[in-house]
Design a protein around this ligand. Structure first.
Ligand SMILES: NC(=O)C[C@H](N)C(=O)O
Length: 653
């Protein structure tokens, strides 16, 4: 018994389609779906209703499998090491995943077994146990690297490999975790943060101080929290999770050899602090300002170096250091950017390197603080030599940024210098980008609601700002949208169904507002609680302009969308809804995709005599009109048997 209109109507159509097919098979009778104009209109009206019901049904159906997928790249490091016969730690090959499968806090074996009966369940995935903070399940796959490395052995070759692997699977996963040794983790995370341009998903680096195989280890905690962050929180940056904090990757330094709190980001607040709750510092998350896809710049220059000034440094050391092929030097100076002013020989060598076209960037040796506009004679002289300020960049960030910028051979020297002093991934504090906070409203809230605790005030302010932002969107008030964002409203705020501000704006269809949101950090990958991406919302609205805009910003159909996309394609083909076909095509759906009996949308359109869809499909580039179904019938065979001359002619052309 069908109790759902959607499937009743679908199956009615399937019966019609298969009757046509069966007639073709059994006796070759010409079965004609004669459609009068009225019938066509009624059919189309019904189909639109069906499409919207199907959209709802898909949302409900996906509720049961509300999952996020995370890809884990295991590259080496202490986390997976064991002691060898000499008593030293070395990476252990082939043991990691098996061990993790036996850890109840990392893998829900019972749930995994229940899923085995599902035909499309990929058994290579592990499943994180239910987490109270999340209303999604994290499914993750571990890819162990062929050569597991102590991170001290890593070079830019490994940075490129890791980033290429992430890029390769970028569209298939919601987030990424990289298990990495701690010694050079800050270098790798910094480098990869620069190599990924316009990243829209989370890449979390983590590792441990004690191997996960040992009874007392920080490995499991770091791993679990990293998975939750990568799959469940919206932090589209390259980050480092360690010892209960998530840091921006290019701000981190390894600060302790022994401590479980081995990392810190001295000049930048943590993005998340993990205690009983996950406290996300939304304002600190780096926001993109351009509408562009994620792109990997998989190149780094090796011609860079870190030069630390010390009291009796000789000019010959500087001279030797700055020799060809060196193109960029990170100079670690004293305090706020000073080097000795009484050492003409040192200045001469640095000035000569700059004059040869070497980019010399000045950062401080201090653990916190920034190189500033010269306060002292010692600082003024170095700026006069043409050395540029690296502000508060860490040595790891400055070095890898220089390596990234220098590898952009299409840029002029001046453009490279410009890029080095600009905040491109949140790696340096740019005082001009501080958001305008309107404290009047916040103060009024605190007073009128008698809120004493700062944490509660942030919570209430967030809620009020989000509500006002949504109100502005609903009323097409672009000025108010801008004002609310300036005041600190979260551009990725969501309502109780998990619909984000972007989803709401798409439903409203105001293109300038959507564009404004995208240029101010709205993330195109965030799904509603039912798993609907902004791209799916735009498809359901058949808003081609918005679909194009989202695609430009890197939105894509996901694995999780496959079923609903197939159903939408099928229904649009069978019901003659060309507009929906076009929405799906722009969104990136495969118009040749076939179902279990190898019927393509073209077969379906032919079998249902939908000449508009047939014409539309045939006009598309790459359409394969000769594909046979399971019984060997091409769309043309079907049309001939059905005797629809109009369609036969179209297919023969
Ligand atoms: N804790 C660690 O992972 C240190 C190790 N030597 C590494 O960096 O690979």
């Amino acid at each position: 018994m069908q109790n759902n209109n959607v499937f009743e109507s679908n199956s009615e159509m399937e019966v019609r389609e298969s009757q046509n097919g069966a007639n073709l098979l059994k006796n070759g009778h010409e079965s004609k779906c004669v459609s009068t104009k009225i019938e066509t209109k009624v059919k189309k009206a019904r189909s639109y209703v069906e499409l919207s019901l199907l959209n709802m049904a898909n949302s409900v159906k996906s509720f049961g499998v509300n999952q996020r997928r995370v890809l884990v790249l295991y590259t080496g490091g202490t986390i997976g090491m064991v002691k060898n016969k000499d008593g030293v730690l070395i990476p252990q090959k082939g043991a990691f995943e098996n061990l993790i499968r036996g850890y109840p806090q990392l893998h829900d074996n019972m749930f995994w077994r229940q899923r085995l009966s599902e035909a499309d369940f990929d058994t290579s995935f592990l499943v994180l146990p239910e987490v109270k903070e999340l209303d999604v399940r994290i499914f993750y796959k571990i890819v162990e690297y062929e050569t597991l490395l102590d991170s001290s052995n890593m070079t830019e070759v490994e940075w490129i490999k890791i980033s290429e692997d992430i890029m390769k699977y970028y569209e298939q996963y919601d987030g990424f975790v990289v298990l990495h040794g701690t010694d050079t983790l800050s270098y790798t995370a910094s480098a990869i943060s620069f190599m990924f341009e316009n990243i829209g998903k989370a890449v979390v680096f983590t590792g441990s101080q004690i191997p996960i195989f040992e009874p007392r280890s920080d490995g499991a905690d770091n791993f679990v929290s990293s998975l939750i962050i990568a799959g469940g929180l919206n932090i589209p940056e390259v980050t480092v999770y360690f010892g209960s904090k998530l840091f921006r990757g290019n701000r981190t330094r390894k600060v302790s050899v022994n401590n479980f709190y081995a990392f810190d980001s001295p000049n930048c607040v943590p993005l998340v602090e993990v205690g009983i709750d996950f406290e996300v510092n939304k304002k600190a998350i780096f926001k993109p300002t351009v509408i562009e896809k994620c792109h990997l710049h998989a190149k780094m220059s090796k011609n860079v170096g870190l030069l630390r000034i010390f009291p009796s440094i000789s000019s010959s050391v500087i001279k030797a250091f700055c020799q060809q092929p060196i193109e960029g030097v990170v100079l670690e100076s004293y305090g706020a950017g000073n080097i000795p002013s009484n050492r003409d020989d040192v200045f001469k060598e640095i000035a000569a390197a700059v004059a040869r076209g070497v980019i010399v960037i000045n950062i401080t040796q201090c653990a916190t603080g920034s190189v500033v506009t010269p306060m002292y004679e010692t600082g003024r002289l170095i700026a006069e030599c043409g050395v540029i300020s690296g502000y508060d960049m860490t040595p790891e960030a400055a070095l890898t940024k220089l390596s990234y910028v220098l590898s952009k051979t299409e840029l002029t020297y001046q453009q490279k210098v410009e890029m080095m002093v600009t905040n491109i991934r949140g790696e340096l504090t740019n005082t001009s980008s501080i958001a305008i906070e309107d404290n009047i409203l916040v103060d009024a809230l605190a007073t009128s609601l008698n809120i004493q605790s700062p944490k509660k005030l942030i919570e209430v302010t967030d809620k009020v700002f989000s509500a006002l932002l949504l109100y502005a969107i609903e009323h097409d008030d672009a000025r108010a949208v801008k004002k609310m964002l300036d005041m600190g409203a979260d551009v990725n705020a969501e309502n109780s169904e998990g619909k984000t501000v972007l989803h709401e704006a798409i439903l409203k269809g105001n293109v300038p507002i959507i564009e404004y949101l995208l240029k101010n950090g709205a993330n195109v990958h965030l799904k509603t609680r039912c798993g609907e991406t902004p791209l799916l919302t735009a498809i359901h609205k058949d808003d081609h302009t918005v679909i194009n805009l989202l695609k430009q910003c890197g939105a894509h159909l996901t694995n999780a969308d496959a079923k609903s996309v197939a159903e939408m394609l099928s229904l649009a083909a069978r019901s003659g809804i060309v507009n929906r076909m076009e929405s799906l095509r722009i969104a990136g759906a495969d118009l040749n995709a076939s179902d279990e009996i190898k019927h393509t949308p073209l077969h379906k359109a032919v079998l249902c005599n939908n000449s508009d869809v047939v014409r539309y499909l045939l006009a598309q580039e790459g359409i394969q009109k000769e594909l046979p179904d399971v019984l060997g019938f091409t769309p043309l065979d079907c049309a001939i048997k059905l005797g629809n001359h109009n369609i036969i002619n179209m297919l023969k052309q």
